[in-house]
Design a binder for this molecule. Structure first.
Ligand SMILES: NC(=O)c1ccc[n+]([C@@H]2O[C@H](COP(=O)([O-])OP(=O)(O)OC[C@H]3O[C@@H](n4cnc5c(N)ncnc54)[C@H](OP(=O)(O)O)[C@@H]3O)[C@@H](O)[C@H]2O)c1
Length: 247
């Protein structure tokens, strides 16, 4: 199961957190993994070193569409069209309906939504030629379950659900599956500061039916399964990985 030998996987936002765990697990299953971060960093190069198997590092700020297109162009020029595309990178800020400004609103939509649409626009036609492929979006429970402080972020994740379903419908005839995982609270750098407040963390755990947070590895395992041959007939799915928090 989960044999990814000979597959090329691009995981966006994989210097850290969920993306890094997914990349490392896929590499351990035989994939050559392209790790990505905003810029070169110790974490990015250590992910590449840990993965081995020909892994490489790529950088691009997904808030800048020229950089996103340049990344896709580089892959095309090098004939490195991924078999597995994990759209995981995102930015998140506590902006509710009452306190966002247009600049931040656009930054989040550009980085979280437009960059993914551009990567699909650039890479899917090449994947279609092969008549196989996997696209896995990393969404969020916030895309289906509103949280006031994360209204704009949640809206970007809700938008991605629609994008994923459109891509699933359009690409099913090519044997390309497109699925979304919906993480709940996962312990990563992103929420380390917030979760270090024990009172807040305990309150949050009490709201989650399993009374615990998830791990990046648990998300990585699900992503790896969706990337595998065993998941060939799953497309257009939205899978919560949230200890029941979606209920
Ligand atoms: N953690 C959670 O509880 C949780 C819950 C629900 C959904 N999610 C989703 O899961 C995904 C991964 O979250 P995470 O917690 O693992 O994130 P994380 O630890 O904050 O890591 C973020 C990753 O995205 C990259 N990134 C940040 N800004 C970027 C930009 N402007 N352009 C391109 N890449 C950028 C970072 O690269 P650098 O290292 O170079 O900065 C890093 O690799 C995200 O889509 C997030 O929305 C997370």
């Amino acid at each position: 199961m989960n044999d990814l030998s000979g597959k090329l996987a691009l995981v966006t936002g994989s210097s850290r957190g969920i993306g890094r765990a997914a990349g490392l697990i896929m590499a351990s299953c035989g994939a050559k993994v392209l790790f990505h971060g905003v810029r070169e960093s110790e974490k990015l190069s250590s992910a590449v070193a840990e993965a081995g198997n020909g892994a490489e590092a790529l950088t691009a700020d997904f808030g800048n569409m020229d950089e996103v297109r340049a990344l896709a162009d580089t892959l095309k020029k090098r004939s490195m069209i991924p078999d597995i595309l994990v759209l995981n990178a995102s930015v998140q800020s506590y902006t509710g309906l009452g306190n966002f400004d247009s600049e931040e609103f656009c930054r989040m939509f550009r980085t979280n939504v437009e960059s993914s649409c551009i990567l699909l626009q650039e890479l899917l036609p090449e994947m279609q030629k092969r008549k196989s492929g996997r696209v896995i979006f990393v969404g969020s429970i916030n895309g289906i379950k509103p949280a006031s402080r994360l209204a704009v972020y949640g809206a970007t994740k809700a938008a991605l659900l629609n994008v994923a379903k459109t891509a699933a419908m359009e690409n099913a005839p090519y044997g390309i599956t497109v699925n979304t995982i919906l993480p709940g609270v996962i312990e990563t750098d992103r929420n380390a500061a917030a979760l270090s407040d024990k009172e807040f963390a305990d309150k949050l755990k009490a709201m989650i039916p399993m009374h615990r947070f998830g791990t990046a590895e648990e998300c990585g395992n699900l992503i790896t399964f969706l990337a595998s041959d065993e998941a060939a007939y799953i497309t257009g799915a939205e899978i919560p990985i949230a200890g029941g928090w979606q209920l």
